[in-house]
Design a protein around this ligand. Structure first.
Ligand code: LMR
Length: 396
């Protein structure tokens, strides 16, 4: 049975961690997988999470199965965080939602549901997009096509080309959008661009599918969902996959949310039954632990305030690191203008250099990042930035 299976290449992102661990160079730098790191290069558990863990330890009395949709308090808290407390779609009872095993789990069950709705649905993804979108959505059996998004030569969004392409998609097709902090480029749509896109979605009849993995890491918890809320409130149907990996630092706990905004409340109940059926057929119900922690944090005013201050701290540090990198590249007289890095948002930036240069940095300088030239900004610190800037400048 298994002897005909070909061995696969390491994952383009996760494989970097394995290669980094094997590298014996003490000066190695890891800018690969998207995890937040502090100045010491550690990814500590957030203080709000530590406190929530204590509370959960004291209050949890059973490990009996939770409901198929997950921890209801988590779902309600997350929907308010994402859509807003006075969200018209929440008030109109138009949102079906389940807790999912991470943003990945959410993306997959939503893709499976889309397949059940219409097996011929095409999913349009940005060129480029997060590498794992392709298997998560494609392996559910949906056709994936790309729309133009980022121009590496000018380090900016090709908005006109994107709009011209999306103007021609079929009614009922799905357009995957990054809610904020575009992965891998860090190039986000402006508010005016979101408005134009929402208008186009209504004219053409495509469904926005919003992947929200970095809420709070761009401009702020509220500002980062401007586009998502606009879509939710102005387009009849919207799909949302949210992750708590980064903003709650709950990476390994696999906490996410899959939500669908339906055109009316009656349809919401049908869609809720369908998404629960899909989840039951894959993993039955989500792991409870991480969702219970987020529920505790969001339901408690002071814990929630502590968590928000920790998100602010992470965001502001990443903004400073962008500046630090650009300043160091300028000080090295780099032959390329990298000032665009300061305009990009969240955890990632594209350096807009070629794969040969990326590979050279890996083999000669033990600096690890994705071949596309995506760097994890949070992997930079005051101790490694000078070496990093000199090495980048050196391969140009
Ligand atoms: C990333 O893009 O680096 C993260 O989302 C981790 C992953 O699973 O790829």
């Amino acid at each position: 049975m298994f002897e005909h299976l070909p061995a696969l290449a390491p994952d383009p992102i996760l494989g970097l961690s394995t290669a980094f661990k094997k590298d014996n160079n003490p000066a190695k730098i890891d800018l690969g997988v998207g995890v937040y790191k502090d100045e010491q290069g550690n990814t500590p558990i957030l203080k709000a999470v530590v406190e929530a863990q204590k509370q959960l330890m004291e209050t949890e009395t059973s490990k009996v199965y939770i409901t198929p949709q997950g921890v209801q308090g988590f779902i309600d808290g997350m929907l308010e965080l994402i859509l807003g407390t006075a969200s018209p779609v929440l008030l109109a009872n138009r949102v079906a939602a389940v807790q999912a095993p991470g943003g990945c789990g959410a993306l997959r069950i939503l893709a499976e549901l889309l397949k059940r709705c219409n097996a011929d649905t095409k999913v349009w993804v940005s060129d480029p997009t997060w590498a794992n979108h392709i298997p998560l959505i494609g392996d559910a059996g949906l056709e994936i096509v790309t729309y133009p998004y980022f121009d590496k030569t000018t380090a900016s969004i090709k908005f006109d080309e994107m709009m011209s392409c999306l103007a021609l998609v079929k009614k009922g097709d799905v357009v995957l959008l990054h809610g904020c902090c575009h992965n891998p480029t860090g190039a986000d749509l402006t508010r005016e661009q979101w408005q134009a896109l929402a208008k186009l979605a209504n004219e053409v009849g495509f469904l926005p599918f919003i992947d929200l993995a970095y809420q709070g890491f761009g401009e702020g918890l509220e500002a980062d969902v401007y586009g998502l809320r606009l879509m939710a409130e102005s387009v009849p149907e919207t799909i949302i996959a949210a992750s708590c990996s980064k903003n709650f630092g709950l990476y390994r706990e696999r906490v996410g949310l899959a939500a669908l905004i339906t055109h009316n409340s009656a349809n919401r109940d049908i869609v809720q039954s369908q998404i629960q059926y899909v989840a039951r057929g894959i993993y039955s119900m989500p792991p409870a632990y991480g969702g219970a922690l987020v529920d505790i944090i969001l339901a408690n005013k002071s814990l929630s305030a502590l968590w928000q201050s920790e998100v602010t701290e992470m965001r502001e540090r990443m903004i400073q690191l962008r500046k630090l990198l650009v300043d160091n590249l300028t000080a090295q007289n780099a032959s390329k203008d990298f000032s665009f890095i300061n305009q990009q948002k969240g955890m990632f930036s594209f350096l807009c250099i070629g794969p040969e240069q990326v590979q050279k940095l890996r083999s000669q300088n033990s600096i690890y990042f994705v071949d596309s030239s995506r760097v994890n900004i949070a992997g930079i610190n005051t101790k490694n930035v000078e070496v990093l800037a000199a090495a980048i400048s050196g391969v140009l």
